[in-house]
Design a protein around this ligand. Structure first.
Ligand code: HEM
Length: 451
């Protein structure tokens, strides 16, 4: 071997740099492309260009994922599933970064790193650790509602096609006159809901760890295109002010009898990626990526997420990640220039604002209407919101949403997860679930063999 073998050096040096950091959460995933088609007019709520005409289609990219496992981890683990959609609209990209379960564990973003640390590997044993998991869960009872979903069979969906999607956090929609409503997004599977029992899910972890990726790829390849119907729930400012629950708390559902689902359109996946790394590993999805007509609400989790995603993406993919084709908007019009890997540096277009050039960004008039001022007052302080009604919706879920078969499986799944935790955490969990229902506590107590 000689240094003059430059092909060797190029080949090996590139190979040595093939890996980029995996996502800090949601590392294992798969995805596809397709379209969104408007079926119902919602322009009275939202002026976003993609909703402007019934029949209009917008290209989409979707990434599905599990949350806690590393990038090679098995697909059928008990975990929420990420279900994130990028809409390539005429006014920029809109990302709807949701999950398959309608609520979340915590309601304050400062707790997210700790929550995730408790679910990942122990710092010394490097093992998943039931004590860490249940120490965190039983110290933050706002997780209860989510745990009833996660430990039911909805925590092990049958692949990605047979599950729903939910935006989870509350957003704000603004119409052409500047009027706003708050909004939750739901995208319900037209294939129906199908879950795996814990036993089948565990077996598949051994037999086919890439079960969900394979199922999605094969369905699209054989032209069985999966689809979902997009709905919104809307709440006026007056309703939000008078609501009996905090509408910006993502551990809560908005009751559908008061805030009915309003149909919007259809999401269809009909195109597999041609290169996984290019299209799926490098896709950067973020709730901060919004278009005129869609804004954040005061939801404390959402506010924290708005910072976290683009921040991690600058680290994971580099500061010019928006130039990667899968992330690039249809029309690029900004003043960002230079930096590493800037392969589309916008030629000779103007690099400052305001300017007098003919190609100047001329979007301010519409953006003005769609960013109306809003009123804020009150004292500012840091406080713990862990005590805000943690059990009433969870109790309703246990009594009225789950059927008897669902309750049996819930107890089985909770019991099996808790059986690896120390007795102290088991007892704390019993107290926590006792606030949901004395029946749930009694069944779990029997399952764990505790007096
Ligand atoms: C991915 C942070 C809550 C859904 C991520 C990533 C981070 C993150 C850093 C990796 C992004 C990347 O590398 O591109 C947070 C923080 C949260 C939070 C700080 C709370 C404060 C949530 C909630 C949901 C959610 C409530 C569901 C609505 C997702 C999904 C992905 C993801 C679906 C994967 C996106 C993809 O497929 O690339 N999150 N997250 N996260 N998060 Fe969150």
């Amino acid at each position: 071997m000689l240094l003059e073998d430059t092909e060797f050096i190029d080949e090996m040096a590139h190979f040595d740099r093939e890996r980029i950091p995996e996502r800090v959460v949601h590392a294992k995933g798969g995805g596809a492309f397709g379209y969104f088609e408007v079926t119902n007019d919602i322009t009275r709520y939202c002026a976003a260009s993609l909703f402007s005409r019934v029949g209009d289609r917008t290209r989409i990219a979707v990434r599905f994922s599990t949350v806690a496992g590393e990038s090679g981890s098995p697909d059928t683990a008990r975990d929420p599933r990420g279900f994130a959609i990028k809409f390539y609209t005429q006014e920029g990209n809109w990302d709807l970064v949701g999950n398959n379960l309608p609520v979340f564990f915590i309601r304050d973003s400062i707790l997210f790193p700790s929550f995730i640390h408790s679910q990942k590997r122990h710092p010394s044993t490097f093992l998943h650790d039931a004590d860490m998991q249940w120490d965190f869960f039983t110290s933050r009872p706002e997780v209860t509602h989510m745990l009833l979903y996660l430990f039911s069979d909805r925590g092990t969906p049958d692949g990605f096609r047979f599950m729903h999607g939910f935006g989870v956090n509350t957003f704000k929609l603004i119409n052409a006159t500047g009027h706003h409503v708050y909004c939750k997004f739901h995208y319900l599977s037209n294939q129906g809901l199908r879950n795996l029992t814990a036993k089948v899910a565990r077996q598949l972890q051994v037999d086919d760890p890439d079960y969900s990726l394979r199922d999605l790829y094969n369905a699209i390849k054989s032209k069985k295109y999966p689809s979902w119907t997009l709905y919104i729930q809307v709440m006026t400012e007056a309703q939000a002010l008078n609501s009996s629950f905090n509408p910006f708390d993502d551990t809560k559902l908005w009751p559908e009898d008061v805030y009915p689902l309003i149909p919007v359109g259809r999401l269809v996946l009909n195109e597999n990626p041609t290169n996984y790394f290019q299209d799926i590993e490098q896709i950067a999805l973020s709730p901060s990526r919004m278009v005129p007509g869609i804004k954040p609400s005061p939801d404390r989790m959402l506010q924290g997420r708005l910072f976290s995603y683009p921040d991690t993406q600058r680290y994971r993919l580099g500061p010019n990640f928006l130039q990667i084709p899968v992330n690039c908007p249809l029309h690029v019009r900004n003043y960002q220039r230079d930096g590493p890997m800037s392969y589309n540096n916008q030629g000779d277009s103007t690099v400052y604002h305001p300017n007098s050039a003919a190609d100047s960004l001329n979007v301010s008039e519409r953006a003005g209407v769609l960013s109306p001022a809003y009123f804020v007052n009150g004292d500012v302080s840091k406080y713990d919101n862990g005590g805000e009604d943690n059990f009433s919706q969870a109790a309703n879920h246990y009594q009225n949403v789950l059927d008897e078969g669902g309750r049996v499986n819930l107890v089985k799944n909770l019991g099996s997860a808790l059986s690896s935790a120390s007795e102290m955490y088991q007892r704390r969990a019993l107290d926590m679930f006792g606030n949901v229902s004395p029946d749930l506590k009694a069944r779990l107590q029997r399952k764990l063999g505790l007096q």
